[in-house]
Design a protein around this ligand. Structure first.
Ligand code: HEC
Ligand code: HEC
Length: 408
């Protein structure tokens, strides 16, 4: 508890968060919500019961976002409908890593969204049971708390809806919802948790979705070198005298400035990355026409021409809306931590960030539905490098996540 409070104090300053006391306040990405029930080895029923007996684990959490993502606090999705508690998050964590939800006990969510591979997978396509693959690259499963519709084409309206899809997808986990629920009902430590977290309904597929979605919502990534630079920007125009005044008149703002400066010094951004940042947000290059806001995505759908030169292209968003103009459009992915999750694009066709920049430089791949925001860019080789450096500099910390500690 003490640790939690300390983390909170530091981050309250960094995120500029105000305290409203309604339930325990936690800063996502920093607080210890995903490190598992204390102990080692498989979880025993006794350990689970002791955990469930602590009322604090059932209290609704009041969440804050860390510096960077915090500017998106108003866009937080889904927690009113599906409130976060420590017990629900922990149950979701176990389900996320549990291969028993798949038909042959070999595949879990983490198989395609692995913490050590940027919460995606370094293969072109996700690989499901019996080595089967689909035609799309695994997107990242972090910072979902700021994201509404899920999948490259947005066909799932919420994380809850998304989370139960892979279990019954024949080429992913290959099971059925009935079979998954039956399996969980035979594991006493799961039954105890479902009954405590969802007292009215117990083990159901909807509750599996709610628990996994809750776990995903707290996988939030911490401040990056870019975020410190960005947060310091308003202070840049201040003269020495203004700063003196600030120190005297507004001790809180002064303290926040010192925290930000310390953060920036500890997480420096290279000159090249700074130049890349200016290009990224410039009108001429315009990456921020689409990669914008706290999570560096507009959560909208655009056609960049990826895969559109193949004879039978994946038409993306069109399959959901039936609107002609959505042909070949896919959801803008986040740029946060993008250096960790190669390969890129919905079809995993680009191997490196350098290749991605080349795709934009040539103005995308021509097709009838190409976004009007895609035009050839005048970029010299240094500027291309700078853009890549900028993208590398939006890499932040991840919360500690236990991948083991599953019910025996
Ligand atoms: C076999 C690999 C595989 C498995 C297993 C898998 N996924 Fe995925 N996941 C994918 C692929 C591929 C996509 C993109 C599919 C699409 O857009 O049509 C995806 C999409 C997602 C998204 C949407 C992200 C976004 O930006 O829209 C989330 C969230 C997600 N998966 C979470 C999960 C969870 C939770 C589980 C376990 C219940 C899981 N996945 C199991 C491969 C997998
Ligand atoms: C018109 C909107 C738009 C603009 C402008 C744009 N992007 Fe994108 N970006 C997208 C979409 C949509 C995708 C996914 C496209 C797909 O898979 O078909 C994407 C994918 C990416 C990816 C791959 C991420 C991943 O996880 O696979 C990177 C990196 C990227 N963009 C960087 C940039 C850079 C750098 C610029 C500026 C030079 C830029 N984007 C301009 C919309 C845009």
């Amino acid at each position: 508890m003490k640790r939690t409070l300390q983390g909170l104090m530091v981050l309250a300053v960094l995120s500029g968060g105000m305290f409203v006391h309604a339930g325990e306040t936690v800063v996502l990405g920093i607080d210890d919500l995903t490190s598992g029930i204390p102990g080692t080895g498989p979880l025993t029923l006794e350990q689970v019961q002791a955990w469930l007996a602590d009322p604090a684990n059932h209290e609704e959490l009041d969440v804050r976002l860390p510096l960077g993502l915090s500017i998106g606090a108003r866009d937080i999705q889904g927690i009113r409908e599906n409130p976060l508690t420590r017990a629900k998050i922990e149950l979701g964590r176990q389900l996320y890593f549990d291969t028993r939800l798949s038909a042959d006990n070999t595949v879990s969510c983490a198989s395609c969204h692995h913490p050590q591979e940027g919460f995606a997978r370094h293969t072109r396509f996700g690989i499901g049971i019996d080595g089967q693959t689909g035609g799309r690259n695994s997107p990242v499963s972090y910072n979902r708390i700021l994201s509404g519709a899920q999948f490259w084409d947005g066909r799932a309206a919420s994380l809850e809806e998304q989370a139960v899809g892979p279990i019954a997808n024949p080429i992913e986990m290959g099971s059925t919802h009935e079979q998954a629920v039956d399996t969980l009902k035979q594991i006493p430590a799961y039954v105890a948790q479902f009954e405590a977290v969802f007292p009215k309904s117990g083990v159901t597929i909807d509750n599996v979705g709610k628990a996994i979605a809750s776990f995903e919502r707290v996988i939030v990534t911490g401040p990056t070198p870019f975020d410190y630079v960005d947060a310091l920007r308003p202070f840049e125009s201040l003269e020495e005298e203004d700063l003196e005044d600030l120190k005297e008149d507004d001790p809180d703002a002064w303290k926040r400035l010192q925290e930000l400066r310390a953060g920036a010094a500890a997480n420096p951004m290279s000159e090249s990355a700074r130049r890349g940042m200016d290009l990224f947000f410039s009108r001429e290059i315009g990456c921020s026409n689409c990669h914008v806001g706290a999570n560096l995505t507009d959560e909208k759908y655009h056609n960049l021409g990826i895969g559109m030169d193949s004879p039978d292209p994946d038409l993306g968003r069109y399959a959901v809306t039936g609107n002609d103009r959505d042909k070949g459009a896919f959801k803008t992915p986040t740029i946060r931590n993008v250096a960790l999750s190669a390969p890129y694009m919905h079809d995993g066709s680009l191997q490196t960030l350098e290749e991605v920049v080349e795709h934009y430089a040539k103005g995308g791949t021509k097709n009838p539905w190409l976004s009007d925001k895609m035009t050839p860019l005048k970029l010299n080789s240094q500027q291309k490098l700078d853009l890549v450096e900028f993208m590398r500099s939006v890499t932040g910390s991840f919360p500690k996540i236990a991948s083991g500690r599953l019910p025996e």
